[in-house]
Design a protein around this ligand. Structure first.
Ligand code: AKG
Length: 302
């Protein structure tokens, strides 16, 4: 996995030097994944990471830890919203260059490899773009909240698999034969990364969670950038945090929920709205939310 070192001064808006932007773009075009080393403040990572580990301990005292890899979500309210984690400037500079103007943050979720978790089915999170949709439609910024190691389940991915056009919106799982072919072309790697790093991934890349054999849960933020404006309400945030979800390049589409928000029982960060009456075949939410949600519908991948 290719790593690009980010100096603290380069974390400011627009401060990433052109040669590092170009290097990251070249790696994303070739591999589909790049790590921006030291691009976020470790103190903020640890503050949120400790809070999530505490939340998980409280939650699992009287709940089953199911829904592996979507995990238990991070608190979407102050003081747990950190600018350099949610709006990581080096990562935004790169996704903006690929996705173009008019990009939207459509989720504020997490993937947690629980202790003892197994393999997740290999999948891509998005399909090939249609003509006119640009080189790709979705990029995810993963922020590890603990160091990601072979033992605790650093995500497995197949470099270059985003160039294989045989993934469709209706079925984002490569077949066994496709995996054998891809493995021969370029074998799988794992996202070994440290606290303070951000992992930028073209969401067409084939990937999947792997077992966490360590004694600690492995939380990781998942921030989806889309090249569309899907309308408001693609993820839940608590009322009172409205001021936070503003950025000059990356629009955001939260549904603001009255306090106290029930963030621990959600799948990813999707709204908790009931389906329209009589319909059980559709994801929750209204029409525009459903459209946004189904375009990156992690829940259907399991
Ligand atoms: O948690 C992981 O390691 C991978 C999960 C993931 O990327 C996904 O569910 O799309």
């Amino acid at each position: 996995m290719v790593e690009i070192q980010i100096d603290p001064a380069e974390r400011l808006p627009g401060a990433l030097p052109g040669e590092k932007v170009n290097a990251a773009l070249a790696v994303l075009a070739e591999d589909g994944v790049v790590v921006l080393k030291n691009s976020a403040d470790v103190e903020n990572v640890d503050a949120l990471g400790h809070r999530m580990i505490d939340d998980l301990a409280r939650f699992e005292a009287d709940h089953e830890l199911a829904n592996n890899f979507q995990g238990v979500r991070q608190p979407p309210f102050h003081p747990w919203l950190f600018r350099d984690l949610v709006y990581n400037e080096p990562a935004i500079t790169i996704s903006h260059r690929i996705l173009g103007d008019g990009i939207t943050l459509t989720s504020y979720g997490s993937n947690t490899a629980f202790i003892g978790s197994g393999f997740q089915k290999v999948h891509a999170d998005s399909a090939a773009p249609k003509p006119g949709q640009g080189p790709c439609t979705h990029i995810v910024i993963n922020v590890p909240l603990v160091d990601m190691t072979l033992e605790n389940g650093a995500t497995r991915y197949w470099p270059g698999s985003h160039k294989d056009g045989r993934i469709y919106a209706s079925n984002r799982h490569p077949t066994e034969a496709m995996l054998v072919e891809q493995e021969a072309r370029r074998p799988a790697e794992q996202t070994i990364a440290q606290r303070g790093d951000t992992i930028v991934r073209d969401m067409r890349v084939w990937h999947g969670g792997v077992p966490n054999t360590s004694s600690q849960h492995r939380p990781m933020l998942a921030l989806v950038h889309a090249n569309t404006h899907p309308g408001k309400g693609t993820f839940e945030a608590e009322e009172g945090s409205e001021d936070f979800w503003q950025h000059s390049v990356l629009d955001a589409a939260p549904l603001f929920v009255p306090k106290p928000i029930d963030y621990l029982t959600q799948g990813h960060s999707r709204p908790h709205l009931p389906p329209p009456s009589g319909r059980t075949d559709l994801p929750v939410g209204n029409d525009s939310q459903r459209e946004a949600i189904t375009s990156v519908d992690h829940a259907r991948l399991y």
